[in-house]
Design a protein around this ligand. Structure first.
Ligand SMILES: [Zn+2]
Length: 353
């Protein structure tokens, strides 16, 4: 599995470099982005040296070094637009300029301020960050990061203890946890991340029960934040500072709940309450929302419209023209594995893979 994906990556890299050096990638970008917008979706931006210790899924991380290369490319080769430009084009039905590009970030990680913001300023690229308002200023990540760290702690505890059985006995998802712990140690992170992705759609209670049970086994207090933890999410001061300098903010719900998995009245509360909170904090309501995990359906869309958002972003890959549905704007997910080099990044923009 790992060997196959390694071969695929090497082939992609070789093909990407050849297409980039011959100018084919740039030609494809120009032809595919005629009067179209490409929306880039980032999450975390972290110095390359810190990536191995990061508890977030690799699919949401880009290195600071790669991000700087991306923004240099966007600034030189594309036409960067702000969320306000986009809302105006949609409202007035004015065609988008060729090679329009909007840079977006989901979740409002603090590293957006520390690492992405200086680069955005350097290249004068506007951006929009979608924040789940309950998480502003929080020190720990989402349940995914918490669970990942607990699984790593469990592995360490089992390694140093003589008798392992009592750690696994009667844990929720016992079979899965056993499989994660008992396989090859060098691949434990991959197994943990794929387990975590697989339980995304389980109920909040089921996930909380697992986190609680692991904390209990490890003798940790609920809500424990380790001394080494830095604040995970942006606070309002950082948000206000960025807002003054070309970075806009949109809603990512209130609690980052997957909107297709909660009752309709809760959907409205998520989108409405987060909008009100942002209005109070920032003096104006946000124009846009990004569906948490990209999940939406017609009911969710109706609530988003009712809450008066002008634009809403999914995670479906694709390009956008002003005649398309502004509450279903597609985005291209950008992460380190597939965009670590400029030819790979440009190939992704050309929609080669
Ligand atoms: Zn998110």
């Amino acid at each position: 599995m790992i060997l196959l994906s390694h071969i695929k990556r090497t082939l992609n890299k070789t093909a990407a470099t050849a297409l980039y050096l011959t100018g084919i990638t740039q030609l494809l970008i120009s032809s595919r982005l005629k009067q179209k917008l490409i929306v880039l979706m980032y999450h975390r931006v972290i110095p390359k040296k810190d990536i191995p210790g990061c508890p977030s899924h690799p699919g949401i991380i880009v290195s600071r070094e790669a991000f700087a290369r991306h923004m240099a490319f966007v600034g030189q080769r594309l036409h960067p637009v702000s969320i306000t430009d986009l809302a105006q084009s949609v409202e007035n039905r004015t065609p988008l300029k060729d090679k329009s590009c909007l840079v977006t970030f989901d979740d409002g990680w603090k590293d957006n301020y520390d690492h992405a913001f200086p680069i955005l300023k350097e290249f004068n690229i506007p951006a929009v960050i979608f924040i789940p308002t309950d998480f502003v200023g929080r020190s720990t990540g989402f349940w995914q990061e918490k669970l990942f760290m607990l699984l790593m702690d469990l592995h360490e505890a089992m390694d140093s203890a003589g008798n392992n059985e009592h750690f696994l006995d009667k844990l929720p998802f016992e079979k899965d946890i056993r499989r994660i712990m008992e396989g090859d140690s060098s691949e434990i992170k991959d197994r943990a991340f794929s387990f975590i992705s697989g339980i995304k759609n389980k109920s909040r209670k089921e996930r909380d029960d697992l986190i609680w049970a692991l904390q209990n086994k490890l003798g940790q207090t609920p809500g424990d934040s380790r001394p080494s933890d830095h604040r995970a999410f942006l606070d309002w001061e950082e948000i206000k500072t960025m807002e003054k300098q070309n970075v806009s903010f949109g809603s990512h719900g209130k609690s980052h709940a997957i909107l297709t998995a909660v009752p309709e009245e809760e959907v409205f509360d998520e989108v409405k309450a987060s909008r009100q909170k942002m209005h109070v904090q920032l003096g104006a309501p946000p124009l846009a929302l990004a569906y948490p995990n990209g999940d939406c359906n017609s009911l969710v869309q109706k609530q988003v419209e009712k809450a008066d958002y002008k634009l809403a972003f999914t995670t479906f890959p694709g390009l956008f023209a002003v005649s398309d549905d502004p509450l279903l704007i597609p985005r291209i997910n950008i992460h380190e594995d597939m965009t670590g080099s400029l030819p790979l990044f440009a190939g992704k923009l050309a929609r080669l893979w």
